[in-house]
Design a protein around this ligand. Structure first.
Ligand code: BGC
Length: 274
């Protein structure tokens, strides 16, 4: 009889972003941080070795020796960062998993940052219990996307790169663009609405979840959106990336508690069958 592989309960979640790299140990069965998170500014330029230095600092800070889940703002294929829209272009085609593992001596798993935030929201936040087609958009430096079909993640979607009237969606309506142009919430909401309407026309979602730092300010822009599709703010706020990075971490150990969340998490992480 073969023993069933159990999932690890505690994972160091690390969220690598354009301005900060944040980490904390996460209880993946409860979806909560086990300690205050530590944020270290993203080095400039954010080249692989410099980012790996920060990842090692986080590991040292938490005296960590277990599995690590990293959320990263790029398409991720088998531990390789395939794109780099908002991070140094030296990451394109780079084996980030091998670098982080050699620098930390820990098993590392990488996930697209929006996919990670989406997994966290679907299990512990605004997407809990929602079936059908759910789309989470993260509104930050860029626009990231995570698509779920009946709880199954379709990984590495890039709806922020959808071209709308000759320009990428993330260059029209990310949170950064709002700040750079000093737009009012209403002015920005009009642009965001255009992005959401285009996505809705193509994919007909049952629910949009809007994440990123601006989800805290949802009362200022949600009232201006015009679609019929329900739109709700993300609930996990700044910690969605850290929690999601840890949740998206596959099984690294043969021991650990079995729990119904584990099953739900495995379902979330299965790609939609072709
Ligand atoms: C990247 C995505 C990422 C998003 C949010 C986009 O520019 O292409 O992979 O999820 O920014 O960070």
């Amino acid at each position: 009889m073969s023993a069933k592989k159990a999932e690890p309960q505690y994972v160091l979640g690390i969220d690598i972003g354009g301005s900060g790299i944040k980490g904390a140990p996460v209880d993946v069965c409860q979806g909560r941080l086990l300690a205050d998170r530590l944020r270290i500014p993203t080095p400039k330029p954010a080249e692989p070795e410099a980012v790996a230095d920060v990842v090692s600092q986080l590991v040292d800070h938490f005296e960590w020796s277990g599995p690590i889940g990293c959320a990263f703002p790029a398409v991720i294929k088998a531990g390789v960062t395939a794109t780099a829209a908002n991070i140094d272009e030296s990451w394109i085609g780079f084996d980030a998993q091998s670098l982080f593992e050699s620098r930390t001596n820990c098993p590392v798993s990488l996930t697209n940052d929006a996919d990670a935030a989406g997994v966290a929201e679907m299990l512990f936040g605004a997407g809990r219990g929602h079936s059908g087609l759910v789309i989470l958009l993260t509104l930050g430096t860029g626009i990231g996307s995570a698509i779920f079909i009946d709880g199954h993640l379709v990984p590495n979607t890039e709806l922020g790169h959808l071209i709308i009237r000759g320009k990428k969606a993330e260059h029209r309506a990310s949170a950064r663009v709002r700040t750079e142009n000093d737009w009012s919430w209403q002015q920005w909401a009009r642009r965001l609405d255009e992005v959401l309407c285009n996505v809705a026309a193509l994919l007909n979602p049952d629910l949009f979840i809007l994440g990123g730092g601006v989800s805290k300010k949802h009362a200022k822009y949600l009232p201006y959106l015009t679609m019929d599709v329900p739109v709700v703010p993300a609930e996990l706020k700044n910690n969605a990336g850290i929690v999601g990075a840890a949740l998206a971490c596959p099984s690294f150990t043969n021991s650990g508690p079995g729990d119904q969340k584990t099953t739900a998490r495995q379902t979330l992480l299965q790609a939609v069958p072709s």
